[in-house]
Design a protein around this ligand. Structure first.
Ligand SMILES: *Cc1c(COP(=O)(O)O)cnc(C)c1O
Length: 353
């Protein structure tokens, strides 16, 4: 017997590259190209570092209350964490403690499988339909819980709220998590369903639509009892997950709705015009309700295009996984960055033909 027999072994999630060189056009991890709301900069500049000697509020009350007001729910219905990855991991640990399999789509956010493996949760992946959609009928089978992103990632396709309702109707006795990391870019949130379904947990993040991936804020909204269970597990793990600067910065971000709507609007416009231009070049693009496009080209393998772009300082995301290994996921950057991408793609395709 050795300590090696006692180790919890996992194949970790592999995040996209974070290059340190300057001048890279970084379209590989779905960050927002615009800075956070100006009030975030102000609050961080004015912050009194002397306060850091004290532990933060374990309930992150300021941020929790602001979120509750923003989404018109009670503060007892809100849970905050260190990015939605933290919120999702805590939710897996809390709600998926049975012996029937957790269900999630294949293709989807690959972290779900990593958490299931890490926490020893039995699971089953449900293939997307031929046209990359989640079919609610496929979720009418015995299970110990359900999780899916809406819009889905990395496909970018949104599920209509009627279909979410179908999934919930067929699964009243397990927790259903809707991961709304990209919902602000054009999908319908499941928030209006909360009043009817006490087993629904909605998870969102400040990383994408609020331009704050670097500060790590995510949150869940659900009925009070779900949130209490989640908090109990979290307090049994780490009582002070939210640090003082992020509580302040997150609260400041929520105060500026105009800025939020303006930057999200710019990204949606850029996405739609980039999509048109890509299609003119022969790319096939899946419908996107997110801040990225999932694309393939009939004349050049995605893996090759990924390498050529990388060599030219443009980073996009490539997944060497079944079914999607001929696709690239391209984050929507500024209009200027996207123009460089489009010009570069035109050159590459011309050289190829
Ligand atoms: C980006 C992303 C997350 C995690 O984001 P955080 O930065 O941890 O908040 C969760 N789910 C999906 C589908 C994502 O794309």
């Amino acid at each position: 017997m050795s300590w090696k027999d006692l180790v919890r072994r996992v194949d970790p999630y592999v995040p996209g590259e974070q290059p340190t060189e300057q001048h890279i056009i970084k379209l590989n991890t779905n960050e927002n190209p615009y800075p956070p709301a100006p009030g975030v900069q102000e609050i961080l500049r004015d912050m009194d570092a002397g306060q850091l000697r004290l532990y933060p509020d374990p309930a992150a009350g300021l941020l929790t209350e602001k979120l509750a007001a923003e989404y018109r729910v009670k503060k007892e219905q809100v849970f905050v964490g260190v990015g939605s990855d933290d919120v999702l991991a805590m939710s897996f640990l809390t709600f998926f403690n049975g012996s029937a399999p957790l269900l999630f789509p294949d293709v989807s956010y690959s972290f779900y499988e990593v958490w299931a493996e890490c926490f020893r949760i039995p699971y089953r992946k449900i293939p997307l339909t031929e046209d990359w959609r989640i079919d609610p009928k496929d979720y009418e089978t015995e299970n110990g819980g359900i999780v899916f992103p809406n819009p889905n990632a990395p496909t970018g396709i949104a599920l209509p709220i009627g279909d979410i309702r179908k999934i919930l109707d067929a699964n009243r006795d397990v927790v259903v998590i809707v991961d709304e990391a990209y919902v602000d870019f054009g999908a319908e949130s499941a928030l209006p369903l909360l009043a009817e379904y006490d087993n629904l947990l909605i998870v969102q993040t400040f990383s994408k639509s609020r331009s704050m991936a670097g500060i790590r804020i995510g949150f869940a909204i659900g009925n009070e009892e779900l949130i209490r269970c989640l908090s109990d597990v979290r307090y049994s793990f780490n009582s002070y997950t939210m640090n003082r600067p992020s509580i302040l910065a997150g609260t400041a971000a929520l105060e500026d709705r105009t800025y939020f709507e303006k930057t999200v609007g710019k990204i949606i416009n850029t996405r739609d015009s980039v999509r048109d231009e890509l299609e003119e070049m022969g790319f096939v693009c899946l419908d996107s309700s997110t801040n990225f496009l999932f694309v393939t080209h009939p004349d050049i393998p995605a893996a090759e295009l990924f390498r050529i772009l990388r060599g030219k300082g443009i980073y996009v995301r490539y997944f060497a996984l079944p079914r999607i290994d001929n696709y690239l996921r391209i984050t929507i950057g500024t209009a200027k960055q996207m123009q460089v991408l489009l010009d570069t793609l035109r050159l590459i395709l011309r050289e190829k033909s």
